[in-house]
Write a protein that binds this ligand. Structure first.
Ligand code: SF4
Length: 439
């Protein structure tokens, strides 16, 4: 199944461009392809300008052209405030939304061309139904499509093809516009972030007139220059990952690495055909933590993979005890249609999978609880996500949205979503922290 395509026409001022960027970022993150053609598009979004009469006329013309060429058109932007005029001239438009209403535009796109999310239950950050619209203070920054690996349980490469890195200049410009739009946290995503640029031999691109290599380290360093939170997801432990640790220790990017290890037993990792797998991982983790003591390590694991014996599983538990990862997700293996792992011998019975999952979770919960308890008494930065009935709820550098824990904050003043606050940690449990605002 190919990704639905969205045509995009952006008219107007830099503010409208920021809106366009935000909409495009969201759509790209959800797996939509963005196309410059009307012909190929499943739906066309026209971001309009309504500042002066000539701009209005130009916007109405652009809507008319999109309707004539494609027929399925969503209107957004400044002229959207004049919905009745637009509908009078162009009754065929599917939806009309106003300036900065990017949530509504994306919703209209969902209705006109539903997202085809190729869900990979083992590695996807996103839930199967796709991600909900992210609050305005954080954004996912997708740096590449596809993957050069062929993990035996995964069908993403056969659906999306080999790795194609986005030009670094485009990625940086997108990031810059997101920062200008008020985003406080960028979450770098891809299928394999550490392979960024491999397909183009790490060639140099340009950003703001300066050469910059298509490479994870250079990207991380440049993103660090924005002075907001940058979080790296889907990093495989290639040797060059060591180079981003100093950026974390210096506070340039968040001391957070999301590395989907999936298992620890060499035999199972080989059967999974995992990238960058080597025996020295524990030693690397140790040296990363020496260089950056605040480093948070998040990972996902699969238990009950075909051929996994009790010894392999015990190896994994012992490895977890050594690795002391902070945040961990675990899935029971189940066949994905079209994956080569389905043909592997040694299927693990469901009740054993369930038993291993229970043991794994209990084991990791004890580790996570102890690691969080060690934070009580410390002062941390917290980015507020929402205010619920008990008060502000946010995240620390150790928590990616949706998948990690929260920090529940006691505040004696008004705090708003998107605000960065300083908090003293007063309590902890298995996954979350509790703290009080420091002013
Ligand atoms: S690294 Fe492996 S699991 Fe991840 S997308 Fe590539 S093939 Fe799939």
């Amino acid at each position: 199944m190919s990704a639905p395509k969205v045509g995009f026409v952006s008219l107007g001022c830099p503010k409208a461009l920021v809106d366009s960027e935000r909409i495009l970022t969201q759509l790209r993150t959800e797996g939509y392809a963005i196309t410059p053609d009307y012909d190929n598009a499943d739906v066309v979004v026209v971001n309009t300008c309504g500042f002066i009469d000539s701009a209005k006329a130009e916007s109405l013309d652009a809507i008319g052209e999109a309707i004539a060429e494609n027929g399925r058109v969503i209107v957004t932007g400044c002229m959207g405030v004049e919905e009745s005029l637009i509908r009078e001239v162009h009754p065929a438009v599917l939806a009309v939304t106003g300036p900065q209403q990017y949530e509504q535009v994306v919703r209209a796109v969902h209705e006109a061309a539903p997202p085809s999310h190729e869900h990979n239950p083992y590695v996807d950050l996103m839930p199967p139904q796709g991600i909900k619209l992210t609050p305005r203070h954080y954004a996912y920054l997708k740096i590449s499509e596809g993957c050069n690996h062929r993990c035996s349980f995964c069908i993403i490469p056969s659906m999306r093809g080999n790795l194609v890195s986005r030009p670094i200049g485009d990625v940086m410009s997108e990031a810059e516009r997101l920062v200008q739009a008020g985003v406080k946290e960028l979450l770098v995503i891809s299928q394999d972030t550490s392979a960024y640029g491999v397909d183009v031999k790490f060639r140099s691109g340009f950003w703001n007139g300066r050469p910059i290599k298509t490479h994870m380290t250079q990207l991380a360093s440049a993103l660090g220059g924005f002075g907001i939170w940058t979080r790296l997801h889907y990093v495989y432990p290639y040797p060059h990952v060591d180079e981003v640790i100093p950026l974390m220790a210096d506070g340039k990017i968040l001391p957070y690495l999301d590395i989907p290890f999936q298992h620890a037993s060499p035999k199972i990792l080989r059967a999974m055909k995992r990238p960058a797998f080597e025996d020295r991982t524990l030693a690397r983790i140790k040296s990363w933590r020496e260089a950056c003591p605040d480093l948070t390590l998040r990972s996902t694991f699969i238990v009950g993979f075909p051929g996994e014996t009790e010894d392999d599983f015990q190896y994994l538990l012992d490895w977890m005890a050594e690795a002391q990862l902070d945040r961990v997700g675990c899935f029971q293996y189940s066949p994905v249609e079209g994956a080569r792992a389905n043909e592997l011998p040694g299927a693990v019975p469901d009740e054993i999978k369930q038993d291993r999952w229970n043991r794994f979770m209990a084991h990791q919960q004890a580790i996570s609880t102890a690691r969080l308890a060690a934070k009580v008494g410390r002062e941390i930065d917290v980015l507020i996500d929402e205010i619920n009935e008990d008060g502000p709820v946010g995240r620390s550098s150790a928590d990616a949205p949706e998948i990690d824990g929260n920090v529940f904050v006691q505040a004696d003043r008004d705090v708003k979503p998107g605000e960065m606050v300083r908090v003293r940690v007063t309590d902890s449990d298995e996954y979350d922290l509790y703290g009080a605002l420091i002013d």
